[in-house]
Design a protein around this ligand. Sequence first.
Ligand code: SF4
Ligand code: SF4
Length: 193
Amino acid sequence: MTGTSSQNDRKTAQKAVHARRTPPKARRSGKTTGETTDTTGANDRNSIRPRFWERFPLDRLKPAEWEALCDGCGKCCLNKLEDEDTGEVAFTRVACRLLDDATCRCTHYEIRHQFVPDCVTLSAETIAANAYWMPETCAYRLLAEGKPLYPWHYLISGDRESVHAAGASVQGITLSEFDVAEEDWEDHILATD
Ligand code: SF4
Ligand code: SF4
């Protein structure tokens, strides 16, 4: 790969952001949901309260609710470049080796750290530190910033496919990191996140 002087200068100024996220299996530690009197099963770890994302802060979500927040866009599994001077993060279409381009899901979630040890586990405690490199459309980032979910989020639309139909996912646009050398990632920066 050749490049202009300015391109090479820019590449030098950027560093790769290897921080990634996992599907929302993260759990809060040492806290309870605060729900104490429910007799309908709604206090179960695996139950989901109606419109929970509007009614409870992130640190009061049940594990199943935390997990349900993920819209399935797959954007967080793209490799990113961070400008060392400005801190600006650019998303590339070069995806983690475990991302399925069709489903936008991790192909080996349960054992992902065997292959991708730096895959970040998001939780209510870690979202603040990681939000800056998460896509602006990410449900976790939106709620952490006090913003509403997008209409295409399946919790709103009722359709898991609506994230793809809205063009809000990475479905069909990624390249595997197996096929693109890290020094060439800049050639695949996406216009928006
Ligand atoms: S291992 Fe890769 S594909 Fe799986 S959740 Fe982490 S970044 Fe995404
Ligand atoms: S960026 Fe998309 S896939 Fe990743 S955690 Fe956020 S909502 Fe889920």
